[in-house]
Design a protein around this ligand. Structure first.
Ligand code: ADP
Length: 410
């Protein structure tokens, strides 16, 4: 059992680089947390501070409620798996896994039991007598994981462990690591720049940029309710489309377009203070409905025309790259549709999935019109009242709001 808690953790490197700002999170026992963000955003620095490989400039780190800022790495009961998994080439798989335990003078029978149990979990039993050079890349990576697992640490830290593997193996190892995590059941913190890894593996994602946390939440929640335009653009491929424009009398008027996108009653309520103001209308490529679709009619008063560019065929779906003014708009559609040689394409936005952002702050506009603050708890998404919600005020408070509204009606 292990919880990890960071309270306003900061890192200022000797040269003055402030790499991590006020990083706070409560990691629960057995969670699989993924830190994701572009290169240089402070993911590894944060992980290394948790491991004790990098000093915490200020702020606090607790493991199982014990302050760990000045504990030596070996006293933190943590195992770290790196992208380069230097195995001992002259040792067998068995001995590679057993080595750290031998150094710690763990009794022989205990070592044997632990190595064999880890080998089972990792599906390495048939390879225990092999040397690393006789293994595939994925198997070697599993041996590296095995070396950590046999130590039974409280917390696993993984820094881009899959980035040296080829694309196919990476995909296979993604689900392997998730399976292994389930079986071992240890709290895990995993760093990657790959949002697909984050989406597929995490129980909760921490999105970072420039040393700051942008949002913390479950993958589906972050996908659906990104806290700002950075998160909206970073999570999901192709990225969310952004239409810049103004709000006028119940319509969103996109720049460089003669179309008017009608707002739903809910959206009007949400945007009641934004009349005449600049806004960004965010809609994911899969939530744009092509004119030929039977669903188009339902959303036709939220439709607009775009100029067609190249068509990317991915088998079952196609991504149609279009433009509105000088902004790219991508439509993801079923490959049964023909876009032929049309110059313009008409699409409707499924209003259920539209998100609005403040153009100057880039923050998502939420029912209370507040600026985004860190999401402390991931709310449940049950009930349709959470259509457009402010991340930190969902769940209990959103439900309370609904209840109060209901009472007023009565
Ligand atoms: P990420 O893991 O997200 O790619 P890092 O944590 O490695 O990012 O780096 C965050 C920032 O800190 C970057 O600007 C990087 O250049 C800087 N940085 C990393 N290590 C050091 C160091 N030892 N000394 C000074 N600056 C560093």
């Amino acid at each position: 059992m292990a919880t990890v808690k960071l309270v306003n953790v900061n890192k200022v490197y000797d040269g003055g680089v402030h790499a991590v700002h006020d990083f706070s999170i409560d990691i629960r026992d057995k969670e699989f947390i993924v830190f994701v963000g572009p290169s240089g955003c402070g993911k590894s620095t944060t992980l290394r501070m948790i491991a004790g490989l990098e000093e915490i400039s200020y702020g606090e780190l607790y493991i199982d409620d014990k302050l760990m800022n000045s504990a030596a790495p070996k006293d933190r009961d943590i195992a770290m798996v790196f992208q380069s998994y230097a195995l001992y080439p002259q040792m067998t798989v068995y001995n590679n896994m057993a080595y750290a335990l031998k150094l710690r003078k763990v009794p022989k029978e205990e070592i044997d039991a632990r190595v064999r149990s880890a080998a089972e979990i990792l599906k390495l039993t048939p390879y225990l007598d092999r040397k690393p050079r006789a293994l595939s890349g994925g198997q070697r990576q599993r041996v590296a994981l095995g070396r950590s697992i046999v130590r039974r640490p409280k917390v696993f830290l993984m820094d881009e462990p899959l980035s040296n593997l080829d694309a196919k193996l990476r995909v296979a190892m993604r689900s392997e690591i998730v399976r292994i995590h389930r079986e071992v059941g240890a709290t895990t913190i995993y760093v990657t720049h790959d949002q697909i890894e984050a989406m597929t593996m995490a129980s909760r994602i921490v999105v970072m940029k420039d040393g700051f946390i942008q949002q913390i939440g479950e993958p589906d929640y972050i996908y659906r309710y990104p806290a700002n335009m950075f998160v909206a653009g970073f999570i999901g491929t192709p990225a969310m489309n952004f239409l810049h424009g103004t709000l006028s009398r119940g319509y969103f008027l996109p720049d460089d377009s003669s179309d008017r996108i009608k707002l739903t009653a809910k959206q009007k309520e949400l945007l009641r203070n934004y009349e005449g103001k600049r806004l960004v209308y965010g809609i994911r490529p899969e939530n744009l409905i092509y004119e030929q679709s039977s669903r188009y009619e339902k959303f036709s008063d939220q439709s607009f025309s775009v100029r067609r560019g190249i068509v990317e065929k991915l088998g079952d779906i196609i991504n149609v790259h279009c433009s509105l003014g000088d902004r790219e708009i991508i439509i993801k559609m079923n490959s049964k549709y023909e876009v032929g040689d049309l110059e313009t394409i008409r699409v409707a936005a499924d209003s259920e999935y539209a998100r609005f952002f403040n153009e100057s702050t880039t923050a998502a506009i939420t029912p209370e019109h507040n600026e985004y603050e860190e999401v402390a708890e991931t709310p449940d998404l049950e009930g349709d009242h959470v259509d457009i919600i402010e991340p930190q005020k969902t769940g209990f408070i959103a439900k309370l709001g609904e209840k109060l509204k209901g009472l007023k009606k009565k």
